[in-house]
Design a protein around this ligand. Structure first.
Ligand code: HEM
Ligand code: HEM
Ligand code: SF4
Ligand code: SF4
Length: 412
Protein backbone atom coordinates (compact mmCIF):
# COMPACT_ATOMS: atom_id res chain seq x y z
CA UNK A 1 0.00 0.00 0.00
CA UNK A 2 1.17 3.50 -0.85
CA UNK A 3 1.05 6.25 1.75
CA UNK A 4 -1.99 8.45 1.07
CA UNK A 5 -2.13 11.28 3.66
CA UNK A 6 -4.25 13.57 1.46
CA UNK A 7 -6.78 10.90 0.49
CA UNK A 8 -6.99 9.68 4.11
CA UNK A 9 -8.68 12.96 5.03
CA UNK A 10 -11.59 11.98 2.81
CA UNK A 11 -12.42 9.02 5.05
CA UNK A 12 -13.97 11.28 7.68
CA UNK A 13 -17.42 12.89 7.52
CA UNK A 14 -20.86 11.33 7.17
CA UNK A 15 -21.02 10.75 3.39
CA UNK A 16 -20.00 7.28 2.13
CA UNK A 17 -16.27 7.62 1.40
CA UNK A 18 -14.93 6.42 -1.93
CA UNK A 19 -11.49 6.22 -0.36
CA UNK A 20 -12.73 3.75 2.27
CA UNK A 21 -14.26 1.65 -0.50
CA UNK A 22 -11.10 1.77 -2.62
CA UNK A 23 -8.94 0.75 0.35
CA UNK A 24 -11.17 -2.21 1.03
CA UNK A 25 -10.70 -3.44 -2.55
CA UNK A 26 -6.99 -2.49 -2.60
CA UNK A 27 -6.29 -5.27 -0.08
CA UNK A 28 -6.98 -7.86 -2.74
CA UNK A 29 -6.32 -5.94 -5.98
CA UNK A 30 -2.88 -4.57 -6.84
CA UNK A 31 -4.40 -2.32 -9.52
CA UNK A 32 -6.59 -0.57 -6.94
CA UNK A 33 -3.67 -0.14 -4.50
CA UNK A 34 -1.78 1.56 -7.34
CA UNK A 35 -4.86 3.56 -8.30
CA UNK A 36 -4.87 5.03 -4.79
CA UNK A 37 -1.16 5.75 -5.20
CA UNK A 38 -1.56 7.57 -8.49
CA UNK A 39 -4.61 9.45 -7.20
CA UNK A 40 -2.68 10.62 -4.12
CA UNK A 41 0.05 11.84 -6.48
CA UNK A 42 -2.54 13.74 -8.51
CA UNK A 43 -3.91 15.37 -5.34
CA UNK A 44 -0.38 16.48 -4.51
CA UNK A 45 0.59 17.61 -8.03
CA UNK A 46 -2.90 18.96 -8.84
CA UNK A 47 -2.66 17.42 -12.28
CA UNK A 48 -3.91 14.24 -13.90
CA UNK A 49 -1.48 11.33 -14.31
CA UNK A 50 -3.24 9.61 -17.19
CA UNK A 51 -1.67 9.75 -20.62
CA UNK A 52 -3.55 11.31 -23.49
CA UNK A 53 -6.16 9.11 -25.18
CA UNK A 54 -5.90 5.35 -25.69
CA UNK A 55 -7.48 3.22 -28.40
CA UNK A 56 -8.48 -0.32 -27.42
CA UNK A 57 -11.57 -2.42 -28.00
CA UNK A 58 -12.97 -5.80 -28.89
CA UNK A 59 -13.09 -7.41 -32.30
CA UNK A 60 -16.15 -6.48 -34.33
CA UNK A 61 -16.91 -3.30 -32.36
CA UNK A 62 -15.50 0.21 -32.72
CA UNK A 63 -16.79 1.47 -29.41
CA UNK A 64 -17.61 0.55 -25.84
CA UNK A 65 -14.17 0.61 -24.25
CA UNK A 66 -12.15 3.65 -23.24
CA UNK A 67 -8.41 2.98 -23.17
CA UNK A 68 -6.31 4.59 -20.45
CA UNK A 69 -2.62 4.40 -19.45
CA UNK A 70 -0.86 6.09 -16.54
CA UNK A 71 2.11 8.37 -17.24
CA UNK A 72 3.86 6.91 -14.17
CA UNK A 73 3.93 3.19 -15.13
CA UNK A 74 7.21 2.42 -13.30
CA UNK A 75 5.93 3.73 -10.01
CA UNK A 76 2.39 2.39 -10.42
CA UNK A 77 2.59 -0.73 -12.60
CA UNK A 78 -0.87 -1.86 -11.44
CA UNK A 79 -2.48 0.93 -13.46
CA UNK A 80 -0.12 0.89 -16.42
CA UNK A 81 -3.24 -0.19 -18.34
CA UNK A 82 -6.47 0.97 -16.74
CA UNK A 83 -9.17 0.70 -19.41
CA UNK A 84 -12.86 1.31 -18.81
CA UNK A 85 -15.56 -1.03 -20.12
CA UNK A 86 -19.05 0.37 -20.69
CA UNK A 87 -21.70 -2.29 -20.13
CA UNK A 88 -25.16 -1.43 -21.45
CA UNK A 89 -27.50 -1.05 -18.48
CA UNK A 90 -31.05 -2.43 -18.30
CA UNK A 91 -33.77 0.20 -18.95
CA UNK A 92 -34.49 2.20 -15.82
CA UNK A 93 -31.54 0.56 -14.00
CA UNK A 94 -33.66 -2.26 -12.59
CA UNK A 95 -31.50 -5.23 -11.57
CA UNK A 96 -31.97 -8.47 -9.77
CA UNK A 97 -29.26 -9.39 -7.28
CA UNK A 98 -28.56 -12.38 -9.52
CA UNK A 99 -27.74 -10.05 -12.41
CA UNK A 100 -25.51 -7.85 -10.24
CA UNK A 101 -23.64 -10.85 -8.82
CA UNK A 102 -23.10 -12.11 -12.35
CA UNK A 103 -21.56 -8.77 -13.37
CA UNK A 104 -19.43 -8.60 -10.22
CA UNK A 105 -18.11 -12.14 -10.73
CA UNK A 106 -17.06 -11.32 -14.28
CA UNK A 107 -15.41 -8.08 -13.26
CA UNK A 108 -13.66 -9.59 -10.22
CA UNK A 109 -12.08 -12.09 -12.57
CA UNK A 110 -11.14 -9.77 -15.44
CA UNK A 111 -10.73 -6.31 -13.95
CA UNK A 112 -10.06 -4.13 -10.91
CA UNK A 113 -13.48 -4.89 -9.32
CA UNK A 114 -14.20 -1.15 -9.28
CA UNK A 115 -17.51 0.01 -10.70
CA UNK A 116 -19.21 3.27 -11.45
CA UNK A 117 -22.91 2.65 -10.87
CA UNK A 118 -23.60 4.33 -13.24
CA UNK A 119 -21.87 6.45 -15.87
CA UNK A 120 -23.68 9.72 -16.63
CA UNK A 121 -25.00 8.41 -19.93
CA UNK A 122 -26.37 5.37 -18.11
CA UNK A 123 -23.95 2.51 -18.65
CA UNK A 124 -22.70 0.23 -15.89
CA UNK A 125 -19.01 1.20 -15.84
CA UNK A 126 -16.28 -1.38 -15.24
CA UNK A 127 -13.35 0.77 -14.14
CA UNK A 128 -9.89 -0.47 -14.93
CA UNK A 129 -8.47 -3.48 -16.70
CA UNK A 130 -5.66 -4.48 -19.03
CA UNK A 131 -5.84 -4.92 -22.81
CA UNK A 132 -5.41 -8.71 -22.67
CA UNK A 133 -8.46 -9.02 -20.40
CA UNK A 134 -10.85 -7.20 -22.74
CA UNK A 135 -11.77 -10.07 -25.07
CA UNK A 136 -12.21 -12.67 -22.30
CA UNK A 137 -14.29 -10.20 -20.28
CA UNK A 138 -16.42 -9.40 -23.34
CA UNK A 139 -16.87 -13.13 -24.06
CA UNK A 140 -18.11 -13.74 -20.48
CA UNK A 141 -20.49 -10.78 -20.67
CA UNK A 142 -22.05 -11.78 -23.98
CA UNK A 143 -22.35 -15.40 -22.89
CA UNK A 144 -24.62 -14.15 -20.10
CA UNK A 145 -26.62 -11.87 -22.40
CA UNK A 146 -24.90 -8.55 -21.59
CA UNK A 147 -23.49 -6.28 -24.27
CA UNK A 148 -21.24 -3.23 -24.40
CA UNK A 149 -22.61 0.32 -24.44
CA UNK A 150 -21.61 3.04 -26.87
CA UNK A 151 -18.62 5.39 -27.06
CA UNK A 152 -16.96 7.49 -29.73
CA UNK A 153 -18.71 8.99 -32.76
CA UNK A 154 -21.62 6.59 -32.44
CA UNK A 155 -25.09 6.15 -31.03
CA UNK A 156 -24.53 6.10 -27.26
CA UNK A 157 -26.46 3.90 -24.85
CA UNK A 158 -30.01 5.25 -24.66
CA UNK A 159 -31.40 5.74 -21.15
CA UNK A 160 -34.78 6.43 -19.58
CA UNK A 161 -36.59 7.38 -16.40
CA UNK A 162 -38.30 4.58 -14.45
CA UNK A 163 -41.48 5.50 -16.29
CA UNK A 164 -44.46 3.19 -16.00
CA UNK A 165 -42.56 0.81 -13.75
CA UNK A 166 -42.96 3.13 -10.76
CA UNK A 167 -44.45 6.46 -11.75
CA UNK A 168 -48.09 7.40 -12.29
CA UNK A 169 -47.15 10.33 -14.55
CA UNK A 170 -45.44 8.40 -17.31
CA UNK A 171 -47.15 9.25 -20.62
CA UNK A 172 -45.58 6.38 -22.54
CA UNK A 173 -43.54 3.27 -21.72
CA UNK A 174 -40.09 4.85 -21.41
CA UNK A 175 -38.40 1.55 -20.56
CA UNK A 176 -39.83 -0.14 -23.61
CA UNK A 177 -38.85 2.69 -25.97
CA UNK A 178 -35.36 2.76 -24.46
CA UNK A 179 -34.97 -0.96 -24.97
CA UNK A 180 -36.44 -0.89 -28.50
CA UNK A 181 -34.22 2.02 -29.56
CA UNK A 182 -31.18 0.27 -28.09
CA UNK A 183 -31.92 -2.92 -30.04
CA UNK A 184 -32.84 -1.08 -33.23
CA UNK A 185 -29.64 0.97 -33.29
CA UNK A 186 -27.21 -1.80 -32.30
CA UNK A 187 -25.14 -1.33 -35.45
CA UNK A 188 -24.89 2.43 -34.90
CA UNK A 189 -23.97 1.87 -31.22
CA UNK A 190 -21.19 -0.61 -31.75
CA UNK A 191 -19.70 0.68 -35.02
CA UNK A 192 -19.15 4.46 -34.98
CA UNK A 193 -20.34 5.88 -38.30
CA UNK A 194 -21.58 9.37 -37.38
CA UNK A 195 -19.79 12.77 -37.54
CA UNK A 196 -19.81 12.76 -33.72
CA UNK A 197 -21.69 11.26 -30.76
CA UNK A 198 -25.50 10.96 -30.65
CA UNK A 199 -27.55 10.33 -27.52
CA UNK A 200 -31.20 9.39 -26.95
CA UNK A 201 -32.91 9.89 -23.60
CA UNK A 202 -36.51 9.09 -22.73
CA UNK A 203 -38.48 10.81 -19.97
CA UNK A 204 -42.07 9.84 -19.26
CA UNK A 205 -43.28 13.38 -18.55
CA UNK A 206 -42.04 16.99 -18.56
CA UNK A 207 -40.52 16.62 -15.07
CA UNK A 208 -37.78 15.01 -17.16
CA UNK A 209 -36.10 12.84 -14.51
CA UNK A 210 -33.29 11.75 -16.88
CA UNK A 211 -32.65 15.38 -17.88
CA UNK A 212 -33.22 14.44 -21.51
CA UNK A 213 -33.68 18.05 -22.59
CA UNK A 214 -30.17 18.98 -21.49
CA UNK A 215 -28.04 15.96 -22.29
CA UNK A 216 -29.43 14.02 -25.21
CA UNK A 217 -29.24 15.00 -28.87
CA UNK A 218 -32.66 13.39 -29.18
CA UNK A 219 -34.82 14.11 -26.14
CA UNK A 220 -38.12 12.22 -25.91
CA UNK A 221 -40.41 13.75 -23.32
CA UNK A 222 -43.82 12.31 -22.52
CA UNK A 223 -46.87 14.57 -22.74
CA UNK A 224 -50.66 14.44 -23.14
CA UNK A 225 -52.99 16.37 -25.42
CA UNK A 226 -56.38 16.02 -23.75
CA UNK A 227 -57.51 17.30 -20.37
CA UNK A 228 -55.83 16.97 -16.98
CA UNK A 229 -57.92 14.55 -14.91
CA UNK A 230 -59.27 16.16 -11.74
CA UNK A 231 -60.46 14.27 -8.65
CA UNK A 232 -62.71 16.79 -6.91
CA UNK A 233 -62.79 15.00 -3.56
CA UNK A 234 -58.99 14.91 -3.45
CA UNK A 235 -58.81 18.65 -4.29
CA UNK A 236 -60.99 19.20 -1.23
CA UNK A 237 -58.73 17.01 0.87
CA UNK A 238 -55.69 19.08 -0.19
CA UNK A 239 -57.54 22.31 0.58
CA UNK A 240 -58.51 20.95 4.00
CA UNK A 241 -54.97 19.81 4.81
CA UNK A 242 -55.77 16.08 4.94
CA UNK A 243 -53.46 15.44 2.00
CA UNK A 244 -49.92 16.80 2.16
CA UNK A 245 -48.67 18.69 -0.91
CA UNK A 246 -46.16 16.99 -3.22
CA UNK A 247 -46.58 13.67 -1.45
CA UNK A 248 -45.17 15.23 1.74
CA UNK A 249 -42.10 16.44 -0.12
CA UNK A 250 -42.81 20.18 0.09
CA UNK A 251 -42.10 22.58 2.96
CA UNK A 252 -45.81 23.50 3.25
CA UNK A 253 -47.81 21.61 5.85
CA UNK A 254 -51.06 22.61 4.16
CA UNK A 255 -51.55 23.58 0.56
CA UNK A 256 -52.94 27.03 -0.24
CA UNK A 257 -54.37 26.03 -3.60
CA UNK A 258 -54.64 29.58 -4.90
CA UNK A 259 -51.23 30.85 -3.76
CA UNK A 260 -49.23 27.65 -4.30
CA UNK A 261 -50.92 26.14 -7.35
CA UNK A 262 -53.17 28.30 -9.49
CA UNK A 263 -51.27 31.60 -9.06
CA UNK A 264 -48.05 29.82 -10.04
CA UNK A 265 -49.45 28.24 -13.20
CA UNK A 266 -47.16 29.68 -15.92
CA UNK A 267 -49.98 30.21 -18.40
CA UNK A 268 -52.50 31.40 -15.78
CA UNK A 269 -54.98 28.88 -17.13
CA UNK A 270 -56.19 27.65 -13.72
CA UNK A 271 -58.86 29.00 -11.47
CA UNK A 272 -59.80 28.16 -7.87
CA UNK A 273 -62.63 30.00 -6.15
CA UNK A 274 -62.17 28.28 -2.81
CA UNK A 275 -64.42 25.40 -3.87
CA UNK A 276 -63.94 24.31 -7.47
CA UNK A 277 -60.69 23.90 -9.36
CA UNK A 278 -60.97 24.65 -13.07
CA UNK A 279 -58.37 24.23 -15.80
CA UNK A 280 -58.58 25.80 -19.24
CA UNK A 281 -56.75 22.87 -20.81
CA UNK A 282 -56.20 24.37 -24.25
CA UNK A 283 -53.92 26.94 -22.63
CA UNK A 284 -52.11 24.48 -20.36
CA UNK A 285 -48.48 23.98 -21.46
CA UNK A 286 -48.05 20.73 -19.49
CA UNK A 287 -45.48 22.13 -17.08
CA UNK A 288 -46.41 19.53 -14.39
CA UNK A 289 -46.47 22.11 -11.57
CA UNK A 290 -50.07 21.55 -10.47
CA UNK A 291 -49.84 17.77 -10.91
CA UNK A 292 -46.56 17.56 -8.97
CA UNK A 293 -48.06 19.49 -6.06
CA UNK A 294 -51.36 17.58 -5.95
CA UNK A 295 -50.56 14.06 -7.21
CA UNK A 296 -53.67 12.54 -5.62
CA UNK A 297 -55.99 15.10 -7.20
CA UNK A 298 -54.55 15.77 -10.65
CA UNK A 299 -53.30 13.39 -13.31
CA UNK A 300 -52.07 13.77 -16.88
CA UNK A 301 -54.71 13.10 -19.56
CA UNK A 302 -55.17 9.80 -21.32
CA UNK A 303 -54.36 10.85 -24.92
CA UNK A 304 -50.65 10.52 -24.36
CA UNK A 305 -47.49 10.46 -26.43
CA UNK A 306 -44.26 12.45 -26.48
CA UNK A 307 -42.71 15.69 -27.61
CA UNK A 308 -39.47 15.21 -29.51
CA UNK A 309 -36.72 17.75 -29.01
CA UNK A 310 -33.35 17.81 -30.71
CA UNK A 311 -29.94 19.29 -30.32
CA UNK A 312 -28.74 19.54 -26.72
CA UNK A 313 -25.02 19.30 -26.04
CA UNK A 314 -22.35 20.64 -23.67
CA UNK A 315 -20.49 23.90 -24.50
CA UNK A 316 -17.85 22.61 -26.91
CA UNK A 317 -17.69 24.02 -29.62
CA UNK A 318 -20.39 26.59 -30.27
CA UNK A 319 -21.80 26.96 -26.75
CA UNK A 320 -24.12 24.81 -24.66
CA UNK A 321 -27.53 24.06 -26.10
CA UNK A 322 -30.72 22.56 -24.73
CA UNK A 323 -32.78 20.51 -27.13
CA UNK A 324 -35.63 22.33 -28.79
CA UNK A 325 -38.94 21.11 -30.14
CA UNK A 326 -38.97 19.48 -33.56
CA UNK A 327 -42.16 17.40 -33.18
CA UNK A 328 -44.74 18.77 -30.69
CA UNK A 329 -46.58 15.46 -30.39
CA UNK A 330 -45.92 11.93 -31.56
CA UNK A 331 -47.80 8.77 -30.60
CA UNK A 332 -45.46 6.46 -28.70
CA UNK A 333 -46.71 2.94 -29.25
CA UNK A 334 -44.65 -0.21 -29.58
CA UNK A 335 -42.77 -0.81 -31.95
CA UNK A 336 -42.23 2.96 -32.45
CA UNK A 337 -41.75 2.79 -36.22
CA UNK A 338 -42.33 6.51 -36.79
CA UNK A 339 -39.79 7.41 -34.11
CA UNK A 340 -37.16 5.01 -35.41
CA UNK A 341 -37.63 6.27 -38.95
CA UNK A 342 -37.26 9.90 -37.88
CA UNK A 343 -34.09 9.19 -35.88
CA UNK A 344 -32.77 7.34 -38.94
CA UNK A 345 -33.55 10.34 -41.17
CA UNK A 346 -31.91 12.74 -38.72
CA UNK A 347 -28.69 10.76 -38.39
CA UNK A 348 -28.60 10.33 -42.17
CA UNK A 349 -29.03 14.09 -42.81
CA UNK A 350 -26.42 14.85 -40.18
CA UNK A 351 -23.98 12.24 -41.52
CA UNK A 352 -24.32 13.75 -44.98
CA UNK A 353 -23.91 17.43 -44.01
CA UNK A 354 -22.18 17.44 -40.62
CA UNK A 355 -18.58 18.50 -40.29
CA UNK A 356 -16.12 16.32 -38.45
CA UNK A 357 -17.03 16.47 -34.73
CA UNK A 358 -20.08 18.65 -35.26
CA UNK A 359 -23.04 17.74 -33.04
CA UNK A 360 -26.42 17.61 -34.73
CA UNK A 361 -27.55 20.68 -32.74
CA UNK A 362 -24.63 22.67 -34.12
CA UNK A 363 -25.39 21.53 -37.65
CA UNK A 364 -28.97 22.72 -37.18
CA UNK A 365 -27.66 26.15 -36.19
CA UNK A 366 -25.22 26.26 -39.09
CA UNK A 367 -27.62 25.21 -41.87
CA UNK A 368 -30.82 26.47 -40.27
CA UNK A 369 -34.13 24.91 -39.26
CA UNK A 370 -35.47 25.13 -42.80
CA UNK A 371 -32.73 22.89 -44.20
CA UNK A 372 -33.09 20.59 -41.22
CA UNK A 373 -36.86 20.17 -41.52
CA UNK A 374 -36.66 19.62 -45.27
CA UNK A 375 -33.76 17.22 -44.87
CA UNK A 376 -35.54 14.97 -42.38
CA UNK A 377 -39.06 15.29 -43.77
CA UNK A 378 -40.77 17.35 -41.04
CA UNK A 379 -43.25 20.22 -41.35
CA UNK A 380 -42.36 23.65 -39.93
CA UNK A 381 -44.79 24.25 -37.04
CA UNK A 382 -45.10 27.22 -34.65
CA UNK A 383 -44.15 25.14 -31.57
CA UNK A 384 -40.55 24.86 -32.81
CA UNK A 385 -39.83 28.51 -31.95
CA UNK A 386 -40.18 30.53 -28.77
CA UNK A 387 -40.55 33.76 -30.76
CA UNK A 388 -40.42 34.48 -34.48
CA UNK A 389 -37.14 35.93 -35.76
CA UNK A 390 -36.52 39.57 -34.84
CA UNK A 391 -34.33 40.37 -37.85
CA UNK A 392 -35.35 40.58 -41.49
CA UNK A 393 -32.46 38.62 -42.99
CA UNK A 394 -34.70 35.96 -44.41
CA UNK A 395 -33.64 33.69 -47.24
CA UNK A 396 -36.12 33.36 -50.08
CA UNK A 397 -35.97 30.37 -52.35
CA UNK A 398 -37.23 30.01 -55.90
CA UNK A 399 -40.08 27.82 -54.65
CA UNK A 400 -41.27 30.69 -52.45
CA UNK A 401 -41.48 33.02 -55.45
CA UNK A 402 -43.17 30.35 -57.53
CA UNK A 403 -45.74 29.79 -54.81
CA UNK A 404 -46.31 33.52 -54.45
CA UNK A 405 -46.79 33.90 -58.19
CA UNK A 406 -49.53 31.29 -57.97
CA UNK A 407 -51.25 33.40 -55.34
CA UNK A 408 -50.05 31.61 -52.25
CA UNK A 409 -48.46 33.86 -49.71
CA UNK A 410 -46.31 31.28 -48.01
CA UNK A 411 -45.30 27.80 -49.01
CA UNK A 412 -46.57 25.23 -46.60
C1 HEM B 1 -29.99 55.77 -32.06
C2 HEM B 1 -28.84 55.23 -32.46
C3 HEM B 1 -28.75 54.16 -33.49
C4 HEM B 1 -29.64 53.77 -34.44
C5 HEM B 1 -31.02 54.32 -34.73
C6 HEM B 1 -29.02 52.68 -35.16
C7 HEM B 1 -29.60 52.03 -36.20
C8 HEM B 1 -29.11 50.91 -36.76
C9 HEM B 1 -29.78 50.13 -37.77
C10 HEM B 1 -31.09 50.43 -38.36
C11 HEM B 1 -28.98 49.10 -38.06
C12 HEM B 1 -29.28 48.01 -39.03
C13 HEM B 1 -29.77 46.85 -38.23
C14 HEM B 1 -30.25 45.73 -39.02
O1 HEM B 1 -30.52 45.92 -40.22
O2 HEM B 1 -30.38 44.62 -38.46
C15 HEM B 1 -27.80 49.19 -37.28
C16 HEM B 1 -26.76 48.32 -37.28
C17 HEM B 1 -25.55 48.56 -36.66
N1 HEM B 1 -25.28 49.56 -35.77
FE1 HEM B 1 -26.53 50.96 -35.17
N2 HEM B 1 -27.79 52.46 -34.63
C18 HEM B 1 -27.58 53.34 -33.61
C19 HEM B 1 -26.48 53.47 -32.83
C20 HEM B 1 -25.32 52.74 -33.03
C21 HEM B 1 -24.10 52.95 -32.31
C22 HEM B 1 -23.88 53.99 -31.22
C23 HEM B 1 -23.22 52.02 -32.79
C24 HEM B 1 -21.80 51.78 -32.42
C25 HEM B 1 -21.28 52.16 -31.25
C26 HEM B 1 -23.89 51.25 -33.79
C27 HEM B 1 -23.32 50.23 -34.48
C28 HEM B 1 -23.99 49.46 -35.37
C29 HEM B 1 -23.40 48.32 -36.03
C30 HEM B 1 -21.96 47.77 -35.85
C31 HEM B 1 -24.39 47.77 -36.84
C32 HEM B 1 -24.26 46.55 -37.73
C33 HEM B 1 -24.60 45.36 -36.91
C34 HEM B 1 -24.53 44.09 -37.63
O3 HEM B 1 -24.56 44.08 -38.86
O4 HEM B 1 -24.45 43.06 -36.96
N3 HEM B 1 -25.15 51.71 -33.90
N4 HEM B 1 -27.90 50.33 -36.49
C1 HEM C 1 -32.34 57.60 -46.86
C2 HEM C 1 -31.52 57.15 -45.94
C3 HEM C 1 -30.88 55.80 -45.98
C4 HEM C 1 -30.83 54.85 -46.93
C5 HEM C 1 -31.42 54.92 -48.34
C6 HEM C 1 -30.09 53.74 -46.42
C7 HEM C 1 -29.84 52.60 -47.11
C8 HEM C 1 -29.13 51.53 -46.62
C9 HEM C 1 -28.88 50.32 -47.32
C10 HEM C 1 -29.35 49.98 -48.73
C11 HEM C 1 -28.17 49.53 -46.52
C12 HEM C 1 -27.65 48.14 -46.81
C13 HEM C 1 -28.63 47.15 -46.26
C14 HEM C 1 -28.21 45.73 -46.50
O1 HEM C 1 -27.38 45.47 -47.37
O2 HEM C 1 -28.74 44.86 -45.81
C15 HEM C 1 -27.94 50.22 -45.32
C16 HEM C 1 -27.27 49.72 -44.26
C17 HEM C 1 -27.09 50.41 -43.09
N1 HEM C 1 -27.58 51.64 -42.78
FE1 HEM C 1 -28.63 52.82 -43.97
N2 HEM C 1 -29.69 54.04 -45.18
C18 HEM C 1 -30.18 55.28 -44.86
C19 HEM C 1 -30.03 55.92 -43.67
C20 HEM C 1 -29.32 55.43 -42.61
C21 HEM C 1 -29.13 56.12 -41.37
C22 HEM C 1 -29.64 57.50 -41.04
C23 HEM C 1 -28.40 55.30 -40.57
C24 HEM C 1 -27.88 55.52 -39.16
C25 HEM C 1 -28.63 56.02 -38.22
C26 HEM C 1 -28.13 54.10 -41.30
C27 HEM C 1 -27.43 53.07 -40.80
C28 HEM C 1 -27.16 51.94 -41.52
C29 HEM C 1 -26.36 50.88 -41.01
C30 HEM C 1 -25.67 50.79 -39.62
C31 HEM C 1 -26.33 49.89 -42.00
C32 HEM C 1 -25.62 48.58 -41.93
C33 HEM C 1 -26.57 47.50 -41.62
C34 HEM C 1 -25.95 46.14 -41.69
O3 HEM C 1 -25.38 45.83 -42.72
O4 HEM C 1 -26.09 45.41 -40.71
N3 HEM C 1 -28.71 54.24 -42.56
N4 HEM C 1 -28.55 51.46 -45.39
S1 SF4 D 1 -39.87 11.96 -15.87
FE1 SF4 D 1 -42.03 12.03 -15.27
S2 SF4 D 1 -42.72 9.93 -15.70
FE2 SF4 D 1 -40.49 9.79 -15.60
S3 SF4 D 1 -40.06 9.28 -13.44
FE3 SF4 D 1 -39.96 11.51 -13.65
S4 SF4 D 1 -41.97 12.24 -13.02
FE4 SF4 D 1 -42.18 10.05 -13.52
S1 SF4 E 1 -49.67 21.65 -15.90
FE1 SF4 E 1 -48.76 23.68 -15.60
S2 SF4 E 1 -49.62 24.93 -17.26
FE2 SF4 E 1 -50.91 23.10 -17.06
S3 SF4 E 1 -52.58 23.73 -15.68
FE3 SF4 E 1 -50.97 22.75 -14.42
S4 SF4 E 1 -49.71 24.48 -13.71
FE4 SF4 E 1 -50.92 25.24 -15.45
Amino acid sequence: MHKTPLLDKLESGPWPSFIKDLKRVAKRKKSVADLLGVLERSYKDKITHWKHGGIVGVLGYGSGIIGRYTDLPEEFPGVEHFHTVRVNQPSGWFYTTKALRELCDIWDEHGSSLLNVHGSTGDMIFLGTTTDQLEPCFAKLTAKGWDLGGSGSAMRSPSCCVGMARCEWSCYDTMDLCYEATQHFQFEMHRPSFPYKFKIKCSGCPNDCVAAVARADMSVIGVWKDDIRIDKAAVKAYAGGELKPRGGGSPYAKLDIKADVTDLCPTACMNYDGKTLKIDNKNCNHCMHCISLMPMALRPGTATGATLLLGSHAPILEGAQMSWVIVPFMEMEHPYDEFKELVGNITEWWSEHGKNRERVGELMLRLGMREFLKGVGLEPVPQTVKTPRANPFFFWHQEDFDAEAKGRKYIK
